[in-house]
Design a protein around this ligand. Structure first.
Ligand code: SAM
Length: 221
């Protein structure tokens, strides 16, 4: 159980994270800064990492997976240019932190995770925080959402060698995809817009993500 003093400490750390690592760099979207200044990141990390929850670095969440660095989460969210009418698909639920941010900024979030254990624990955290506009699916996100559906925005939170074709098909015309595209060790973060059925891609920055493992992504080994 987190005590009042600890809660207060986290509030100060959260504020420092937003001022120093997000607003202090190139995160200018006020709605992204606001949501990240309110969302308790400490709830999304294993208890032994709570004290590091606001460091600007990824942290282990179990099963060899990570919660991404706050700056990258903010940057990817900013690239999505969200509004309250957006339906968003996320690949890689992980801890649920990114899904929670998306849920606060969009109409509905659909998130896919490969590991049941991670999906269940993310569902529990978001449930405790009262976030109820997220649908969860356990499976291979590289194949897209399992039912026919079109999304205004898609965010891939693990490395892909290329944007999986099923996701291009599930993206609305003029919709945006943000993703780390490249090799299994380093990637380019890109934001792509669907124009006349094809993706127009823009480089954002270099990055390093764990692999998306799936039929239209990387092999397990
Ligand atoms: N968005 C997460 C968060 O906020 O904590 C971080 C995601 S972590 C960097 C990447 C996640 O992608 C891992 O949880 C991993 O299990 C998941 N993953 C890998 N391959 C996948 C696939 N084919 N479909 C869905 N999830 C996958």
């Amino acid at each position: 159980m987190v005590s009042f003093e600890e809660k207060d400490r986290f509030a100060i750390e959260r504020d420092t994270m937003v001022r120093l690592h997000l607003a202090g760099r190139d995160i200018t979207d006020r709605s992204v800064l606001q949501v990240m200044s309110e969302l308790p990141r400490e709830c999304f990390v294993p208890s032994k990492y709570e004290s590091k929850a606001y460091a600007d670095r990824p942290l282990p969440v179990g099963l060899g997976q990570t919660i991404s660095q706050p700056y990258i989460v903010a940057l990817m969210t900013q690239c999505l240019n969200l509004n309250r009418r957006c339906e968003v698909l996320e690949l890689g639920t992980g801890s649920g932190y990114q899904a929670a941010i998306l849920a606060k900024l969009a109409k509905q979030v659909y998130t896919i995770e490969r590991y049941n254990q991670l999906s269940e624990s993310a569902q529990a955290v978001l449930g405790r925080l009262g976030i109820d506009n997220v649908q969860y699916y356990v499976g291979d996100g590289s194949c897209g959402w399992p039912e026919p559906k079109q999304f205004d925005r898609i965010i891939i939170t693990a490395a892909v060698p290329h944007i999986p074709q099923p996701l291009i098909e599930q993206l609305c015309e003029d919709g945006l995809i943000v993703a780390p595209v490249g090799g299994q060790y380093t990637q380019d973060l890109v934001v792509c817009k669907k124009v006349k059925g094809r993706l127009q891609s823009k480089f954002v920055c270099g990055c390093r993500f764990v692999k998306l493992i799936g039929k239209y992504a990387f092999d397990e080994t």
